[in-house]
Design a binder for this molecule. Structure first.
Ligand code: HPA
Length: 285
């Protein structure tokens, strides 16, 4: 078996000839939040099953295709659906699509996810810009020998979530007249939802949101020097906050309800992010 770098390079060389676009911005869209990918212009869609070495998504609500196209005139590479550690994938496999995006030339990554709300100011359906994370997944895609072609052995995580991207997103949201929150994301392994005691513990240690994804992708992106914006949709209040159980259908239904707001916010933020990544408007001659 060849190494991740060689495999990511091969997947990138498979995807790029399929489109004249050369996206500098990538997006990973979480459970039930893939709507933006349906609206791209000049789109080329490639099922993950066709991309060499790409992991296959098994979770409901994840379409499992890479869509390269334009959103708000910006060339973007969108992963409609992701894989999770709880599906049995290794952290390196979960992070592999980020490696591919990086080798394709992506310099800015937008990650969306469904999350449980721990902060009592949040309501179901709230959109939250992630300011920082707490990795409680017990694993990390950088474990093992470091490949210097990707990045440093000990990457800095003091600004894992770009302050500039967070701020431009808050401005974009305000312009749209929509409420938006900020918060710290705690990532757990899953796949069960948390216990009420776990949620009380997470609040105590400074978490505002809880989810089962995002962290491996953010770590791999920062390892490669890719800037990150991450936005959670609070699909449910976390366990024990409301006197009701949590189920995946509710998570997907809330994602569907905020679909329009989420797409509008991403479209408003993208042109501002694109200004940050040089040459973003280039297409192949
Ligand atoms: N906990 C963990 N992950 C989640 C939740 C939750 O309450 N809601 C959506 N993803």
């Amino acid at each position: 078996m060849t190494d991740d770098f060689t495999q990511a390079e091969a997947a990138s060389k498979f995807l790029l000839p399929r489109t004249p676009l050369r996206p500098k911005v990538g997006l990973i869209l979480g459970s039930g939040l893939g709507a933006l990918a349906d609206e791209l212009s000049d789109a080329t869609r490639t099922p993950y099953a066709q991309i060499p070495s790409f992991p296959q998504s098994t979770a409901i609500g994840h379409a499992g295709q890479m869509v390269i196209g334009k959103a708000a005139e910006i060339p973007v590479a969108v992963m409609q659906g992701r894989v999770h550690l709880y599906e049995g994938y290794s952290p390196q496999q979960v992070a592999f699509p980020v490696r591919v995006l990086g080798r394709m030339g992506v310099r800015a990554l937008v990650i969306t996810n469904a999350a449980g709300g721990i902060n009592l100011e949040y309501k179901q359906g709230a959109l939250v810009v992630i300011t920082d994370h707490i990795n409680l997944q017990g694993n990390n895609p950088l474990v093992g020998p470091n490949d210097e072609r990707f990045g440093l052995r000990f990457p800095d995580m003091t600004e894992a979530y770009s302050k500039a991207y967070r701020e431009l997103t808050l401005v974009a949201s305000r312009k749209l007249g929509k409420a938006i929150y900020q918060g710290v994301y705690a990532g757990l392994l899953g796949p069960n939802y948390e216990t009420p005691a776990e949620i009380r513990y997470l609040r105590t240690i400074g978490a505002d949101l809880v989810g089962m994804s995002t962290i491996p992708e953010v770590i791999a992106a920062r390892h490669m020097g890719i800037k990150v914006l991450a936005i959670s949709c609070v699909t449910n209040m976390a366990a024990g906050i409301l006197d009701q159980p949590i189920n995946h259908e509710e998570v997907l239904a809330t994602g569907e309800r905020v679909r329009g707001d989420f797409v509008a916010l991403l479209k408003a933020a993208l042109p501002e992010m694109a200004k940050d990544v040089a040459g973003c408007l280039e297409t192949k001659p």
